[in-house]
Design a binder for this molecule. Sequence first.
Ligand code: CTP
Ligand code: MN
Ligand code: MN
Ligand code: MN
Length: 404
Amino acid sequence: RPQPGEVALFSVSSYACQRRTTLDNHNSNLTDALSLLAENAELSNEDGRGVAFRRAAALLKALPTQVISMSQLRGLPCLGEHSLRVIKDVLENGVSSEVESTKQSKRYKALKILTGIFGVGAKTADRWIREGIYNLEQLRDSGQTLNRAQKAGLEHYDDLNEPVTKAEADAIGEIVQKAVNSVLPGSEVALTGGFRRGKLTGHDVDFLITHPEEGKEVGLMPKVVAWLESQGFLLYQKTTRNSYLESKDGPARPASNMDRFERCFSIFKLTKRKEQESTQPEEQNDLKTEDVLRPHMQADTDQQLCELSKNYQMEAASHKIWRAVRVDLVVSPISQFAFAVLGWTGSKLFERELRRWAGHEKNMSLSSHALFDNTQNKYLRATSEEEIFAYLGLEYIPPSERNA
Ligand code: CTP
Ligand code: MN
Ligand code: MN
Ligand code: MN
């Protein structure tokens, strides 16, 4: 394929679910530019443009080496006119003028700040911007009515915009495991989302919960949530019940890509551990036993103890001994577990491409609940992700290579 004296051309499949995409990205200069434009399109409710930029970025993520010239891209799928223009700009000038002007725009900056609030989507942010609200201060001053999620999002804004580390994800995993085992012994917890794909940080932590005996998982979420709440682990939670059974359009043909599992969007209160604390000396977070005991050791009277305790509480608050972390919990019956794990592992584009492959190439409908073969008019049972890939006629791609 490569001509003598020419740089090697790449050969890449057009569906992201046919490709192995690790976190080792050789073209982040290009994919960062395209991802920002994708994000801007999504935040502006231009989903078509968003997907086009996401597909282009995903293709570049899968290339084995760095692209240095436009000629290397000849014949590659997924690269539309607009994306090619952006890539050319970055290759020739180091930056894309469209990306730079987007980053500087008042609207993009405001959309980023406002949708950084948990519970605020593109639509709400857009409405606020049209009302002249561009930042958190203006939002607070505006007297806008916020829902419960948005109130919590605003209250924990800084924490929730700080990336979650793998160590924090593991610490939360232990808590969830303990909660689940306490209310239903034998239950299983699986880490899904970006952390299952090997990412070192994430915007949240995703867990899937099941029980090996079908039906035992029914009603599990409210019990888990009650346990977590009683232990003081939750700052916010909203549980949605399973609506799968009562749905009319069939499990594999959801009205949207949203699944119907019993789920809980939550904000955890995670106590900082020593190894998770900031390394900066001025942000010393650790409280020693002597600090905790200090009020008791120093107080002569109850009133004095009360005063000293209050001081201690304020001190503890300023030391930030805990932080807020977004956590998604989902409960799946064991019969749907393989589909749920596949659906909740991501990346979002990889999932979208799997569904597109299933529909366009295999005449099948894939959801996080099931796989339906429209030709044979039947559901295809699976107990592992490997089986689902096999039904779809795809080579198995492990989670660490689904980072499209
Ligand atoms: N997902 C879903 N339904 C939702 C939200 C998410 O099926 N309502 C799926 C997504 O398709 C994705 C996975 O859950 O495959 C994880 O979503 P998310 O946490 O948003 O993304 P991550 O890949 O985990 O990335 P991050 O590190 O930013 O959390
Ligand atoms: Mn490599
Ligand atoms: Mn996630
Ligand atoms: Mn999530």
